[in-house]
Design a protein around this ligand. Sequence first.
Ligand code: MG
Length: 367
Amino acid sequence: MEINQIILRQIKMDLLHPFTTSVGTEEDKDIILVEVKSKSGLSGWGESVSITRPIYNEETVQTNWHMMNDHLIPLLYREPLSHPDEVSERFKEIRGNYNAKAAIEGAIWDLYAKEQNISLAKALGGVKDKIPVGVSVGIQESEAKMLKQIEGYLNQGYKRVKVKIRPGWDIEILKMIRQEYPTIQLMADANCAYTLRDTDRLKALDEFGLTMIEQPLDHDDIIDHSKLQAELSTPICLDESIKGVEDARKAIELGSCKIINLKVGRVGGLTESKKIHELCVKHDIPMWCGGMLEAGIGRAHNIAITSLSNFIYPGDTAPSSHYWKQDIIKPEVQMKDGYISVPESPGIGYEPDLKRIEELTLLSRTY
Ligand code: MG
């Protein structure tokens, strides 16, 4: 793979609807796009999932820009690459900064797949031609508003509903949803809003037949989750705590979770994602793909990784129109009967809309 140019662009996009979790509300999104050009004239694209404040993990758009500019891109240019699997190995000397690493590595994977003339899904070992889609419902001003939203989403065909919870917006809410919809695939995401002192409160959720409860305890905890899982019949799914295959191994060994939410950006890229997938297959731990309010390029990467066999549960990979008035790819990501087709064309399978990207660009830098 001969890279002869890298372009970083920071764009800003307005979300169609504000999205509230236990840690805050997002109304728009600043996004770093990575374009890696080869001597053959092909371009690979990646997208960082970081937001402007360090409330999901410690990274931000600004720290990503710094890491990419001052550390990661110089490492990439140090010597030629023959395969995208080498990128994460090369980035290993830089601690953490997984979102920044994943965005660059994702662009190299897209470029590699295009050079091989195969889809990114195929390059990663994907086996599915379509993936089931779930929807994530943020915390709302009122219960009535939330029920109305859920009704709309179910009518659109979503295969599973995930609601964001926090202490006080949990038991009553889930009870209400269950009364209305006794059989839907329902789960709750706490985004770290509880501690072991809330064990009784969390045990009370067992009666709602949730597919899983996601990340109830601290963002870097694995040990307390194992104590909690022993008390709950609802499977715990870990999100924030799993930053790589070693965290996954420890969580599985300790019994801290029964399901893993994979986010490519959180674990440093697609190569690490493949390793986690392999480990989870070995231990019979089902997975699904989480979302970080991605624009089209990040969304396309999520679709490709979700095509691997062990992504059992529907992911947070809703179509473009769920988030944006106009996405940055053509065609936009579309859902039919609750499924998204996995593209077969080379690379991510969606064309970046350069005109749209240009309109949204706040700053850019070329190497
Ligand atoms: Mg989550």
